[in-house]
Design a protein around this ligand. Structure first.
Ligand SMILES: Nc1ncnc2c1ncn2[C@@H]1O[C@H](COP(=O)(O)OP(=O)(O)OP(=O)(O)O)[C@@H](O)[C@H]1O
Ligand SMILES: [Mg+2]
Length: 248
């Protein structure tokens, strides 16, 4: 689903990513772990070309999604971002109703059939494990929801336009343990249909939700392995030191 080949990425003269080659399969959850500043978010943002929005950056290497180089001139960036959704660290619902947050993406994509939209909003809220909690509040402001509910609403907003890939940058780090476990259960459900890449500082979370884990340090991919193997018996000594909490 996603493949990078020899990726180097620079902010000005600072090299944030060094020669990263990685493959991620469809319907898997991949976790990126590593100390602060090691390049996890930078790498994640390559997959929907969010780094394009930052001035004075340079990319070398290839980033393929479904076999296509997403940095090729022929790529339509709006279509790419429709196919590769993103959820951020802090829930960022639009200042609109719960319903409109989910309906928004459908409307901007030209869908006008009210019945279709209403059905889709309900289905998507169910898929995001939120419907039962908000079914009587669909017309209330999204800001009236709890932080954990707002984050599931943001996931629903991303799902509504049917992406293939969902990128999540520390999606639960601002949430309490119960909301966090709801997001983790949700990720587990969603991988049946989507390919998920998640950045997390929480090692237990990486171990619980992901199939594969990539460990980054100072812009390098130190180890990429099956999550079970990575946490029980990593190939690399630095990985071992990091996951056992000896640094970082
Ligand atoms: N917009 C930017 N301009 C210049 N340098 C940046 C920018 N964004 C990130 N960097 C630098 O690139 C490196 C990687 O940053 P990145 O945000 O990808 O790390 P991270 O692994 O996600 O860290 P954290 O765990 O703290 O979120 C850091 O040294 C950071 O200072
Ligand atoms: Mg980050």
């Amino acid at each position: 689903m996603i493949e990078t080949k020899n990726i180097n990425f620079y902010y000005g003269s600072f090299q944030a990513l060094k020669n990263i080659s990685m493959k991620m399969d469809a319907n898997t959850v991949t976790a990126f772990i590593g100390p602060s500043g090691c390049g996890k978010s930078t790498f994640l943002r390559l997959f929907n070309r969010m780094n394009d929005l930052i001035d004075d950056t340079k990319l070398e290497g290839e980033c393929l999604i479904k076999g296509k180089d997403i940095y090729d001139k022929s790529i339509n960036i709006d279509a790419l971002r429709k196919d590769v959704g993103m959820v951020f660290q802090k829930p960022n619902p639009f200042p609109k109703s719960v319903f409109e947050n989910v309906a928004y993406g459908l409307k901007v994509n030209g869908i006008t059939d009210k019945k279709f939209i209403a059905n889709r909003v309900e289905e998507t809220l169910k898929a995001a494990a939120l419907f039962d909690e908000v079914k009587d509040k669909l017309n209330k402001s999204a800001f009236e929801l709890s932080g954990g509910q707002q984050q599931r609403l943001c996931i629903a907003r991303a799902l509504a336009i049917e992406p293939s890939i969902i990128l999540m940058d520390e999606p639960a780090s601002a949430l309490d343990p119960i909301s966090t476990s709801k997001i983790e259960e949700l990720i587990h459900q969603l991988k049946k249909k989507y390919t998920i890449v998640i950045v997390t500082h929480n090692m237990q979370q990486a171990a619980r939700v992901s199939d594969k884990t990539g460990f980054f340090m100072l812009g390098e991919l130190i180890e990429y392995n099956d999550t079970k193997k990575m946490f029980l018996n990593p190939d690399n000594e630095t990985t071992q030191n990091y996951i056992t909490g000896r640094f970082g």
